[in-house]
Design a protein around this ligand. Sequence first.
Ligand code: ZN
Length: 165
Amino acid sequence: MSVRPIVTWPDPRLSEVCAPVDDLTDLADLVRDMFDTMYDAPGRGLAAPQIGVMQRVFVMDPTWKTGDRTPFVCINPEILSSGGGTADATEACLSIPGVSVDVSRPTDITFGFTDLDGVRHETRLTGFAAICAQHELDHLNGVVIFDRLTPEMRAQVEANYAVLV
Ligand code: ZN
């Protein structure tokens, strides 16, 4: 087990776009450490840049806090389509400790990703899994929950965060 330090806001790595993964060799070690770090935090999703690795991979397990484990490894993920309108939900982020804010996102997405064996998947996600996947995919594009707020909300929330840290 190897828990790695989590990068916290405003570390500039959280605002960078990550590079596509083109070689799955050695990725298993990174993914194992990402799950160890996520479950230890404890969180339900973790993107590679949150431990300082600037590659397009994230892990998530949307259900483990309330039931069985359903671990996902998502390499080179993309949203293929979204529907069902949008809804506000409260989100927190392991890289912005102590902050939770309402973020509006599509409620129903078709999601594409590659697994550790190099197999491409397409899956429909709804509910918390859809929120979690979009939050983690945002990290791979250098986007954090602050970037999803109105300028007024952001200024207020960021000022409160600055007091916390
Ligand atoms: Zn996050």
